[in-house]
Design a protein around this ligand. Structure first.
Ligand code: IMP
Length: 175
């Protein structure tokens, strides 16, 4: 638990990429009725920076998921522990996720949202680990592609710790 943290992506690089994604979303969603859906807990930091990089009227809602697994591996069995507060029927939804790893969580999530009949659903994910894909998921707005390492910081946790780091790091448990 007291391992050393090696920086993977520094705070400045994250902020620069988020500004680019925000500009792209601003251009592509002109005149649309946008709802940003933050998938808790991991994406709360990314969502807060991303929405401030989007220059459009929008609303923000939250979903909390519990993904069953052995700690660092998800099983694809996902439970919604807190649902959206408002209907998304007819809305243009942007789901904001911290990381697409196996893709199991997002595949379930996107299917669940489609059933609520939004006008459109797109996915923004800060990170993608393509080496671990089990279900392919289309990421419309991607921050960074990373190697198969377990990352922490900038909202992502290891046993609920490290979410408050302003950068993305890799935990060296031997350290
Ligand atoms: P997936 O279902 O395997 O795509 O897993 C997605 C979820 O697992 C993410 O939303 C994270 O909560 C968690 N997760 C996957 N990889 C990491 C990681 O490297 N660090 C922290 N959490 C991770």
């Amino acid at each position: 638990m007291n391992g050393k943290v090696r920086t993977l992506i520094d705070a400045e690089t994250i902020q620069k990429r988020i500004k680019e994604l925000g500009s792209q979303i601003t251009t592509e969603y002109q005149g649309r009725d946008v709802v940003v859906v933050c998938v808790l807990k991991g994406s709360f930091v990314f969502t807060s920076d991303l929405v401030r990089a989007i220059d459009l009227p929008l609303s923000v809602d939250f979903l909390a998921l519990r993904s069953y697994g052995d700690g660092t591996e998800s099983s694809g069995v996902v439970q919604i522990t807190s649902d959206l507060t408002k209907p998304i029927e007819g809305k243009d939804v942007i789901v904001v996720e911290d990381i697409v790893d196996t893709g199991l969580t997002m595949a379930y999530m996107l299917q669940n949202l489609e059933a609520k009949r939004p006008r459109s659903v797109r996915l923004a994910s800060l990170l993608h680990k393509p080496a671990r894909t089990r279900v392919p998921v289309k990421i419309d707005y991607l921050g960074f592609t990373i190697e198969d390492v377990f990352v922490i910081g900038y909202g992502l946790d290891y046993a609920e710790r490290y979410r408050n780091l302003p950068y993305l790091g890799v935990l060296d448990l031997e350290g």
